[in-house]
Design a protein around this ligand. Structure first.
Ligand SMILES: Nc1nc2c(c(=O)[nH]1)N[C@H]1C(S)=C(S)[C@@H](COP(=O)(O)OP(=O)(O)OC[C@H]3O[C@@H](n4cnc5c(=O)[nH]c(N)nc54)[C@H](O)[C@@H]3O)O[C@H]1N2
Ligand SMILES: Nc1nc2c(c(=O)[nH]1)N[C@H]1C(S)=C(S)[C@@H](COP(=O)(O)OP(=O)(O)OC[C@H]3O[C@@H](n4cnc5c(=O)[nH]c(N)nc54)[C@H](O)[C@@H]3O)O[C@H]1N2
Ligand SMILES: [Mo]
Length: 766
């Protein structure tokens, strides 16, 4: 071989890159050579490897040692331990709770994105660990897509997220009208769980909006014009947040009233459309869901709704909704209504037609269906059988023994004594953080594995320092990305950091379940195991498998291009009897007995008041706050990198608001703002933006929560959001249903505490 080895590859959820090191330190990063639009987020890596906020050694909270029953969590100082002491302490606590209260008192759901590689995926490991020691209370569904994840299987037999959506090629060739609810924001395509070889946003947009010689009429239906950048030349239809269901129902009502419904499709592929049609016409409740009716709710003039509705029949229409729409109170309904519209138009399963979720929510949605194989450690059976919908965590901790409804059944919240988090940041992700703080005072012991002093780590009793991906070997990627990625170890672990795998192996060993957790393998053995699985799957598909070393040295494996354009539900459309859906009727359920069983739900798509929205605005809380994903980071990760901070002013995030709302409050661009409601307050910097519809403000997620009473010294919008399930059907997170007030803050900003680690007493050398 004469060729020189390429630089080692590494990867994160925001992209792959090659790493140049000198004397064991990263000197430079180079974007992966096959990535057409690399994310700048990776620039944060070199400084984040030895950032002052890294957790250096195991620590235990002072107040916990003194038996404060959690009182000082979030405010306390810590004492260093050596690893053996720390592991003995953690195993001792888990063993004590298991013995005295049973495995049902151990909470290990540990929701969170962790890192990109699949073998060292922290959340997979913590759940496997708890399963290995006899079980725990787990979390199901996710924050991204919780309402849809629980509900869609009842309606279309699948959650429509694990499966692929209709491909871009199919849209480009066939779609006439692309209704993009929530837009197609470029920043969301910087991210993909598991790792990214190629960021494909530009190609997707060119294909959809017609810059590529196409002809797709694209409409950004969103409160925010910049959910699709102006350069793409699309139409903007501003809609009040949380009212899309009403808009979609009025579109459907017009199509039906005009006699343009595809009744043959409804008869052959839908379970009982009649109750919904009677609701649209007003036959069942006396209110026709006309454009005039929807205009009142959505803020869109009735004529505009009618014109749009009349343009749809006879056209190839893609009704596409972002995930954000279902992260709101009754977020199941816009999704169900969209499915119903696609059915009434007879578009489901046609090339470029029908419905789809998430084109604007993550990288490479609409890619060819590469089915890139990945392998992480297998999950083990959770013997307690206990789990909660993930966003009900505060409810669980605050209401042990209480009953709640979810997915057609009544469940009971367990009584949790010990919480373990690895790979997630609930003080980033959860709603109503002041309430979560109260919830986190309840358990006897809280343990967190983290690489950084996040707000969650600061609320823990014992913190174990973990490695980050550049400090260990792994394989990353995503099933719809073309590249399988070899993730190299490029630097030694920081200070006393250990891999989560080794931590859980040591804990399982101490608890007498080591072999069940490890199956006798080291993490290096699991890497080999994963490669065997991956190569087996490739070989079974007739794909040429390289030697592991060649894959490793090259840094990637490129998947072959699929030959067919994927069209979602095309089999079902072609023959609903031969390819029935996994629903009670085998068809798309526009009537669902499961939904009808819940109070207030008529059993078909319907408009349900989101409770906190512009229709209920008060003088105390007149503005609808949306909390989209942050452009310069993934959630709370790397919040303190220079790249993330460049997007802030005085270390506070910018809040977008309409010029009229700014003027009414005497706010100028760049002013410091206080954002508040009855649940809490935080600070932000005004960014006046005519692309935000009046009455709406946007503040991205991701700032590190820095509590001072009910106020966050920083800009975390989750001090403001409401902590309630989407409904008793899905129990998803409803962060996007939130009213606030905004005012100029003329006093000095409080200094941030979370830019420094907590006070830590170093271990005295013996
Ligand atoms: N208001 C509002 N809130 C929201 C949303 C919203 O739209 N609005 N969106 C929600 C959504 S969709 C999501 S997905 C959640 C995201 O919420 P999270 O997934 O909890 O957020 P992250 O900041 O990605 O947290 C991952 C944590 O894992 C740590 N980590 C990384 N690698 C490792 C590792 O190898 N080992 C260990 N032990 N730790 C590691 C990181 O340092 C980080 O702190 O937020 C939700 N919250
Ligand atoms: N840069 C970056 N990208 C990310 C992430 C990140 O942290 N950073 N996180 C990733 C994750 S975990 C997820 S789950 C996805 C989330 O993907 P989404 O949930 O689709 O993303 P959001 O940014 O929350 O929302 C997109 C837009 O929806 C609009 N919107 C909000 N509410 C409504 C509504 O009621 N009606 C209408 N019509 N529009 C509304 C807002 O204007 C917002 O800008 O993003 C992924 N991509
Ligand atoms: Mo998410």
């Amino acid at each position: 071989m004469t060729s020189t080895k390429p630089l080692p590859l590494a990867a994160s959820h925001w992209g792959a890159f090659r790493v140049e090191t000198v004397d064991g330190k990263v000197r430079a990063l180079h974007p992966f050579e096959h990535d057409p639009r690399p994310s700048r987020m990776n620039e944060a890596w070199p400084e984040m490897l030895d950032h002052p906020l890294r957790v250096a050694r195991p620590v235990v909270r002072k107040g916990w040692l003194e038996g404060d029953k959690g009182a000082a969590r979030g405010e306390d100082s810590y004492v260093e331990l050596d690893w053996d002491e720390a592991l003995d302490l953690v195993a001792g606590e888990i063993g004590r709770v298991r013995r005295d209260h049973g495995n049902g008192a151990l909470f290990g759901g540990s929701y969170g994105w962790s890192s990109a590689g699949r073998i060292h995926h922290a959340r997979t490991l913590v759940r496997r660990f708890f399963a290995a020691i006899g079980g725990h209370v787990d979390q199901e569904t996710n924050y991204s897509y919780g309402a849809a994840m629980a509900f869609l299987p009842r309606i279309v037999g699948d959650n429509m997220i694990g499966s692929s959506v209709t491909s871009l090629a199919s849209i480009r060739e066939n779609t006439d009208i692309f209704l993009a609810f929530g837009g197609l924001p470029a920043k969301n395509w910087e991210i993909q769980s598991g790792g990214i070889g190629e960021h494909r946003y530009d190609g997707f947009m060119a294909g959809v909006t017609g810059q590529d010689g196409g002809r797709v009429r694209t409409i950004n239906v969103s409160p925010y014009r910049k959910d699709i950048e102006d350069q793409f030349g699309v139409e903007w239809l501003p809609v009040r947040p949380n009212t899309d269901a009403a808009l979609i129902m009025a579109l459907t009502q017009v199509v039906v009233a005009e006699g343009k419904a595809e009744t043959a499709f409804l008869a052959s592929h839908v379970n009982d459309a009649q109750p919904y049609l009677d609701y649209l016409s007003g036959k069942s409740d006396g209110v026709a869901k006309t454009p005039e009716w929807a205009a009142e709710i959505t803020g869109i003039p009735a004529d505009q709704i009618r014109d749009l509705a009349l343009s749809l029949p006879g056209k190839r229409v893609m009704v596409a909704l972002n995930w954000s729409l279902q992260r709101s109170r009754h977020g199941e309904q816009p999704y169900w209504a969209a499915i119903a519209l696609a059915c009434v138009l007879g578009q489901v399963g046609l090339p470029g037609g029908g419905f789809a979720f998430g084109y604007g929510s993550s990288n490479a949605m609409g890619n060819p269906d590469y089915k890139t194989p990945l392998a992480g450690l297998p999950g083990l059976k959770n013997s307690t059988g206990l789990s909660i919908p993930c966003a009900r965590v505060s409810d669980m901790l605050l209401n042990p023994g209480a009953d709640y409804r979810y997915d057609g059944e009544t469940r009971t919240y367990p009584e949790i004594k010990l919480v373990y988090w690895a790979g997630g940041n609930p003080f980033h992700h959860h709603q109503d953080l002041n309430r979560l703080r109260e919830a986190f005072r309840q358990p006897e012991t809280i343990i967190v594995n983290e690489g950084y002093w996040t707000s969650t780590a600061r609320h823990a009793d014992i913190v174990l320092p973990t490695t980050v991906t550049l400090e260990r070997e792994d394989i990353g990627g995503a099933s719809r990305d073309r590249f399988l990625l070899a993730m190299h170890k490029v630097v030694e672990p920081y200070a006393g950091a250990k891999d989560d795998y080794d931590i859980f192996a040591a804990l399982a060993e101490r608890l007498g379940n080591g072999e069940t957790f490890t199956e006798g393998r080291s993490s290096a053995d699991w890497l080999g195991w994963a490669w065997e699985k991956i190569s087996g799957r490739l070989a079974s598909r007739g794909i040429n498998v390289p030697e592991f070393q060649d894959f490793w040295d090259q840094g990637y494996l490129k998947m072959p291009e699929p030959t067919e354009d994927y069209v979602m539900l095309s089999d079902f459309r072609a023959d609903p009897l031969a390819h029935p859906l996994s629903t009670p009727s085998g068809k798309i359920e526009l009537y669902s007995a499961l939904a009808a069983a819940e109070p207030g739900q008529p059993g078909h798509p319907c408009w349900l008041d989101p409770e906190e929205w512009l229709g209920t605005a008060t003088s105390d809380a007149p503005l609808h706050l949306l909390t989209p994903q942050p452009p310069r980071k993934l959630h709370g990760q790397m919040d303190f990198s220079s790249y993330s901070r460049e997007g802030k002013v005085q270390d506070r995030e910018r809040l977008q608001l309409n010029p009229a709302d700014a003027e009414a409050r005497g706010i100028k661009d760049g002013d410091v703002l206080r954002v508040f409601n009855a649940r809490g307050a935080c600070f932000a910097i005004a960014q006046i933006d005519a692309g935000v519809m009046p009455g709406v403000v946007l503040l991205p997620t991701g700032a590190t929560y820095d509590p001072d009473g009910m106020t966050d010294r920083s800009s975390n919008p989750n001090v403001l959001t409401r902590d309630i399930g989407t409904s008793e059907l899905g129990q998803g997170c409803s962060a996007q249903s939130c009213l606030v007030q905004v005012a100029r803050h003329d006093a000095p900003l409080p200094p941030l505490r979370v830019t420094q680690p907590p006070v830590i007493t170093a271990k005295k050398e013996a």
